[in-house]
Design a binder for this molecule. Sequence first.
Ligand code: ADE
Length: 234
Amino acid sequence: MRIDILTLFPEMFSSLDHSIVGRARKSEKIDVNFHNFRDFATNTQKHVDDMPYGGGQGMLLMPQPIFDTMASFPHENARVLMMDPAGRKFDQAFAEELATEEQIVFLCGHYEGFDERIKTLVTDEVSLGDYVLTGGEVAAAVMIDATVRLIPDVLGKKASHEDDSFSSGLLEYPQYTRPEEFRGLKVPEVLMSGHHENIRKWRLSESLAKTQRLRPDLLEKYELNAEENEILKG
Ligand code: ADE
């Protein structure tokens, strides 16, 4: 997968140098390219923003530096994502969709927003969540992280993300590792029983209870099967 990031602050993406995403870059499963659109500003002061027509607070990104940056690299079939708090909310399903793309372009703004004409270059306006960040960089880094880990062979085992919270529509069940008892806190007996069917049932029941407690909104969208219905009623 090729990733292109349009930003005034490439140094804000140092998280992409490390851990799983860093390794995916080293092994060339992803190719990350930065484009500082200030380099494309044509005015002598290298300004990339200006005041909104009609008045109002704040500055807007001008179209010219963004259009010229986009023209400087190939992106024929790319998804072009504009980081925008007013966009579609990013979620696991969207990350799964993006993980199948060959190229993704992330457009990160600062200031109050973008000149509307920039949106003609964009396939998706995407928000990280219902809060306003100082710029799109942190949002793009989160979306890249969530997407890259879903690319085949980026995580060790395929199963590593199939049990994730959100993949199934339920939150993930609690997990334990050694020791069996730590400061008086014990690992549930069933997990050490070796009884696979009982372990499966326990995990399902914990997932359901946790989702009901922390994210009832997820449970509303989830289609319960007969066994799950039984567990929740009981
Ligand atoms: N830029 C500022 N806030 C944002 C958000 N919540 N999501 C994406 N981009 C943003």
